[in-house]
Design a protein around this ligand. Sequence first.
Ligand code: ATP
Ligand code: MG
Length: 295
Amino acid sequence: MTDAINTPEQSAKTLSEQFAAQVENQAPVLSKTRVVAVANQKGGVGKTTTVINLAACLAYLHKKVLIIDLDPQANATSGVGLPPQQNTSLYRALLGETSIVTLIQNTPYQDLDIIPSELDLAGSEVYVARQDNYLHCFNTALAPLLVTDSYDIIIVDCPPSLGILTMNALTAAHSILIPIQCEYYALEGLSVIARLVQQLRDSGANPLLDIEGIVMTMFDGRTNLSDQVVDEVRKHFESRVYNTIIPRNVRLSEAPSFGKPVIHYDWYSTGAKAYMLFAQEFAARIDALAGRNSG
Ligand code: ATP
Ligand code: MG
């Protein structure tokens, strides 16, 4: 039990010890579903915007997609048009009180489902922390869904912290997708996440955790700063950075208040075009990976 994993500065040793203590009895589940956690401990960098719009574009491209909203702010939930409802979040599945499968809801969009969030998820951190193997609660909850192969991709929207919910997501996910805002301190946050991924691998908590990629968001073509930040991130992380860059676009910020992904709000906007291109790039990498694994 701990509340000590919520600061990025936490020592690698302590964190590794906590993970290592929980590795036993965690058999990997064989599934064609790829679980991608969208995470960055920095707030407001475009995590939820990326989750909603990547998911909607992938569904449009005929992938079967499930969003799991793991952020008590529930922005991904409202962003696909669902009202907040009590007792619908992952909370009870995390505590083993219900099956994750019963929590899945349809969205108005074909091939796009969601497990919504609501405020009770904030309280769940305390209860999850009291469980044995508290870092693996999400992993355990997810297993019965993964064996059904119902989805091509599960996209998890993480809250802006490295608390218990995010750590659970990273312990269960195949990969982490990191949105980075094109701003001055972008690289600093990135190195914290890269270290954390390494710790999760080294400790055995999630030995195969991959960096799915880094997507640069809120690019402002009028400033040199945006260009400089992209160059700098590319220099350090090379091919991990997606070619597609998401521009700052007012339609992207308006769409959530209509409860719509941007492609269903304004198909012709630059935001819609950017996320569609990004989804194609994302899908191509995942398809290539699936081909390699099956071949
Ligand atoms: P949090 O850490 O609070 O969960 P987040 O990382 O999920 O935040 P978002 O909620 O996606 O970030 O975005 C933060 C704000 O920036 C929102 O108001 C969103 O509408 C806006 N925003 C995100 N991406 C863009 C963009 N490309 N262009 C314009 N506005 C954007
Ligand atoms: Mg968010």
